[in-house]
Design a protein around this ligand. Structure first.
Ligand code: C2E
Ligand code: CA
Ligand code: CA
Ligand code: CA
Length: 287
């Protein structure tokens, strides 16, 4: 606040200043953070709604910042996308996650009826347009000795809206290899449902907003109809439906009745260290 005129554009906003400083500080610290190994991954189980078995996990990256403590991805992924660091960071997340999945497979023997635990990894739009995506993924699978069908790459619906063939080509190649592609945050991007046929996806991840609308029992009849419609369309196109953000048993029940295949959320487990996922899967495997 400089002049007595009170121009509101000159009023100090200490919180906004602090946010900007932190953003700047975080942005400049990102490259060294990767070199210093300050990122780590938490895993959240993906549970089969029909029988409650753990089928895999989604990898969610975190940053253990030396001053600020643990930062969630919403704090730094946008900055990493802006600076391009998302490409090496994303590659690191992919390699770590696939290695982890192999370790689980070794621990579990991989001989159960449900097959080896699968690993879901988020891809940012910048990684999609990066020319190394397919080769990097092939290299990582080869180095770790993992089959492509143990991997699912999650791409947000908004990243694929209006996608042309150039953008879809790498995803098609990955899908042909056997990597699953999931459409993340589905239902928030106003995409043309008929367009789904064009996309090389095999899984729809229904956005958390739908799950939230299943809070009451019985849920809002219109919301029920919408989810029912999405599920039946998805199944008719041979897509599996995963629901995110399941926080209560009532939500899980509704979504199972509506025909959803897989669920993820705090009701089952919060994201956690890899040992936790292993324990959950083991308990599950032994009844
Ligand atoms: P997302 O892919 O939609 O991941 C789901 C988010 O919902 C995660 O937040 C997860 O912790 C949270 N969540 C899970 N269960 C529940 C629940 O029952 N209730 C509620 N309220 N939330 C739940 P998180 O870990 O903060 O990640 C936020 C976003 O950051 C992710 O959203 C994803 O878009 C992005 N992200 C995370 N890891 C990566 C990564 O390695 N690469 C990229 N490109 N993006 C990532
Ligand atoms: Ca995701
Ligand atoms: Ca999501
Ligand atoms: Ca989300």
């Amino acid at each position: 606040a400089k002049s007595a005129g009170g121009n509101r554009f000159e009023l100090a906003d200490p919180e906004a200043d602090a946010r900007a400083i932190t953003r700047h500080g975080l942005t400049t610290a990102l490259p060294t953070a990767l070199e210093r190994g300050e990122f780590f991954i938490e895993y959240q189980p993906l549970v089969h709604l029909g029988d409650g078995s753990v089928r895999g996990a989604e990898a969610l990256v975190r940053w253990l910042h030396p001053q600020h403590g643990v930062l969630g991805p919403d704090r730094f992924i946008p900055l990493a996308e802006h600076t391009g660091l998302i490409v090496p960071l994303g590659r690191w997340v992919l390699e770590q996650s696939v290695r982890q999945a192999r370790e689980w497979r070794e621990l579990h023997g991989g001989a159960e009826a449900v097959g080896p635990l699968r690993i879901n990894v988020n891809l940012s739009p910048c990684q999609l347009t990066h020319p190394g995506l397919v080769q990097d993924t092939v290299d990582i699978l080869e180095r770790t000795g993992m089959a492509p069908d143990a991997l699912c790459l999650e791409v947000t619906e908004s990243a694929l809206i209006g996608a042309d063939d150039d953008l879809l080509k790498p995803l098609r190649r990955l899908a042909e290899m056997g990597v699953d592609i999931a459409l993340d945050d589905f239902g928030t991007g106003y995409s043309n449902l008929a367009n789904l046929r064009r996309l090389p996806v095999s899984i729809l991840k229904l956005d958390r907003s739908f799950t939230q609308s299943m809070q009451q029992f019985p849920a809002d009849p219109v919301d029920l109809k919408i989810v029912e419609g999405i599920v039946s369309l998805a199944h008719s196109l041979d897509l599996a439906v995963t629901v995110e953000g399941v926080e209560t048993g009532a939500q899980a029940d509704q979504l199972r009745i509506l025909g959803c295949d897989t669920a993820q959320g705090w009701y089952y487990a919060r994201p956690g260290p890899p040992e936790r996922l292993h324990e959950l899967a083991l308990v599950d495997a032994t009844g």
